[in-house]
Design a binder for this molecule. Structure first.
Ligand code: IMP
Length: 181
């Protein structure tokens, strides 16, 4: 089993590239079925979702468009919280069927606000496809992903797009923390 060290922590390989690929396929199959009469717009949440999105959209068989947003979420600034767009939406989404592609849903704050924003901009529908979800940490019921590759416990994971202070996104597998030094 591969291990790596990052920021003084040891991480061990947990979900291999082959397992990731095998687990994405049934999710893609469901999306293909659900959107067979539609041309969805995939809204990829940067930075973490770029690798998952690349694998997911290449398994989508129909017509689609792909765009990117980058958001930062802040808790406690207002009573409802808010998200700030670092890279804003590049196009009109009125009437579009949107599939948000996210790396990991943790508290759900980001997805909760992003979904509301997209609906406010006139999206016809908004669903969420997430690589990972930590259900025990979810605080917003509407942020539960419609499509999820794997639900995990409250562990910190890196790799396959997921970072620790900007590093490790390039790892081809998902790693979880092994021990702290
Ligand atoms: P949320 O808004 O609380 O759901 O946070 C989602 C974001 O937190 C993700 O897009 C990630 O950037 C980050 N995040 C949450 N858990 C992890 C993790 O285990 N590894 C890396 N990033 C994480």
């Amino acid at each position: 089993m591969r291990t790596i060290e990052e920021q003084g922590h040891i991480f061990e390989e947990w979900i291999t590239p082959a397992q990731i690929a095998a687990e994405i396929q049934p999710v893609a199959d469901r999306i293909n079925e659900d959107y067979k009469t539609k041309s969805p717009l995939f809204v990829v949440v940067l930075n973490g979702a770029f690798i998952f999105a690349a694998d997911l959209v290449r398994r989508f068989n129909g017509r689609c468009k792909i765009t990117f947003v980058r958001v930062k979420s802040y808790e406690g600034m207002t009573s409802t919280g808010e998200i700030r767009f670092i890279v804003p939406l590049q196009q009109n989404i009125e009437g579009r069927d949107i599939i948000v592609v996210e790396d990991i849903v943790d508290t759900g704050l980001t997805i909760h606000h992003l979904k509301q924003y997209l609906l406010d901009q006139g999206a016809a529908s908004v669903r969420v496809a997430a690589l990972l979800c930590k259900p025990d940490k979810l605080q917003f019921a509407d942020a539960e992903p419609d499509y999820v590759v794997r639900r995990i416990t409250n562990e910190f994971v890196i790799g396959y797009g997921l970072d620790l202070e900007g590093f490790t996104r390039n790892l081809d597998a998902i790693y979880k923390i092994k021990e702290q030094s």
